[in-house]
Design a binder for this molecule. Structure first.
Ligand code: FAD
Length: 436
């Protein structure tokens, strides 16, 4: 029988290897660490968490919680180990980072069908079957090889990004539409801050916890993409002359220019997502939620992507990838993890789970599956591969990606729970994905 090659032993590759091996498939898992490190990893463990030790929310009112519930039903290794190394974190699932990565590594090493090769893969094996899961910090040689498969124009890199929130989570009692000096269409949403609100926000921003600086972050940042908290530290008014300047914006509620403004720009054609203009940041993800919710109008904002100041490598999935995670032009090549444009530890592991199961199916002569869009896995993979989302922006799981309920339900929490219940009901009929 054919063996499956998996390149990259991170969150996605580890889960994929486990799922395929559980289905009787022989796996060769290539991981370049510790011989060759990435700029963010610190150890030789598989599934190392490069930053936060939180795998985010774990209740069904939250889409990240739903994704976890589906993974547990599919007997996910990442979820099982996370449970064993859980540390107290309220409604979130946080883990002991060392213990977590060490145990995932041990579980994969103990599995007879998995051979771990500690070497950099510099080219994608043409014959396949192969899963590429080399993550946001894919080694340059492999990125070159990947270009050959996808077309150079479809492999993206960016080094900084601002957070994105959902339109439906905004508080429109505080926000007004306007463009500066009334010029152009009223394309922007504006969140006005009075002096007191500004001071409170400013204090929180400059004292919030940042990601430890990695050596690949340039010492001198270009003015145009300086983290907002770094700019803030230059002085209490710097931001009011920078991304938060209010000039030319009249708040209809007061008839005056506010003391400061945060502008939101549409991020997709459908108008369901907005980014915070000029707010690229390296604050820790939990801190971003806490600090940016101090901005009037964003009190309950739902973040579909957090700001980052590090490299992210990903492909334009809407053009090249199927929702089964196979390349359209090379069905024996699967992609998984952050490389596909999903964002986050859990999303990466979830896509690895699907790639592992689907690659095993292909090897056994079965059709790889497209998951129903009303499940969290299905919605996420549908989103990243949908041609209308070209060019792709990396995406967290969120309830906005699922098709709406057939009936109207009032209240966000109640609605989310109903969406989660519907998803889990569908999930239970998905054969091997549901653990049957
Ligand atoms: P990874 O987990 O990075 O795994 C890829 C693996 O492939 C690595 O082990 C790497 O060594 C290996 N590799 C690369 N090239 C090759 C090659 N050619 N041959 C062999 N092996 C190779 N997400 C969160 O949810 N919370 C956070 O707080 C968070 N912080 C982040 C901070 C940083 C600095 C970065 C870069 C990302 C962060 N992310 C965070 C985003 C994302 O969730 C993680 O990067 C996640 O680990 C992605 O999973 P993955 O499996 O796609 O990639």
């Amino acid at each position: 029988p054919e063996k499956l090659i998996i390149i990259g032993g991170g969150l996605a590759g580890s889960e994929a290897a486990w799922q395929a091996a559980r289905r009787g498939v022989k796996v060769e898992l290539w991981e370049m660490r510790p011989g060759k490190m990435t700029p963010a990893h610190r150890t030789g463990y598989l599934a190392e968490l490069v930053c936060s030790n939180s795998l985010r929310a774990d209740t069904l009112e939250n889409a990240a919680g739903l994704l976890k519930a589906e993974m547990r039903r599919a007997r996910s290794l990442i979820m099982a180990v996370a449970e064993e190394c859980r540390v107290p974190a309220g409604k979130a699932l946080a883990v002991d980072r060392e213990e977590f990565a060490a145990r995932v590594t041990a579980a994969l090493e103990a599995e007879d069908r998995i051979t771990i090769i500690r070497e950099e893969a510099r080219a994608i094996p043409v014959q396949g079957p192969v899963i590429i899961a080399t993550g946001p910090l894919t080694s340059p040689a492999l990125a070159e090889s990947l270009k050959g498969f996808t077309g150079a124009e479809y492999l993206y890199f960016y080094d900084a990004a601002a957070p994105i929130v959902t339109a439906e989570s905004l508080n429109y009692k505080r926000i007004f539409k306007a463009s500066r000096y009334g010029r152009g269409e009223e394309d922007y949403l504006n969140c006005p801050l009075n002096e007191e609100e500004y001071r409170r926000f400013y204090e929180a921003l400059i004292t919030a916890e940042r990601h430890p600086r990695h050596e690949f972050e340039p010492e001198v940042v270009f003015e145009g993409c300086m983290p907002v908290e770094v700019m803030g530290r230059r002085g209490p008014d710097t931001l009011r002359f920078g991304p938060m300047r209010p000039v030319g914006l009249i708040d209809p509620a007061t008839g005056k220019e506010p003391y400061a403004v945060v502008q939101l720009r549409r991020d997709n054609l459908a108008g369901t997502l907005y980014n915070l203009v000029g707010f690229q940041t390296s604050l820790k993800w939990g801190e971003q939620e806490r600090v940016f919710r101090l901005i009037p109008g964003l009190e309950e904002a739902e973040f579909v992507r957090f700001g980052v100041m590090h490299r992210n490598t990903y492909i334009n999935s809407p053009t090249v990838l199927k929702p089964t995670l196979q390349l359209k032009e090379h069905p024996q090549v699967f992609l998984a993890g952050q490389l596909t444009g999903v964002e986050g530890y859990i999303e990466s592991a979830a896509s690895g789970l699907v790639a592992g199961i689907n690659a095993a199916r292909l090897i056994k002569g079965q059709e790889p599956l497209t998951l129903p869009p009303a499940t969290a896995h299905g919605a996420l993979l549908q989103y990243i591969t949908d041609p209308t989302h070209d060019p792709l922006q990396p995406m967290h799981i969120n309830f906005g990606l699922l098709p709406p309920l057939e009936r109207r339900v009032k209240g966000r929490e109640v609605r989310n729970r109903a969406l989660a219940e519907r998803a889990l009901q569908i999930w239970s009929s998905l054969g091997e994905f549901s653990g049957n």
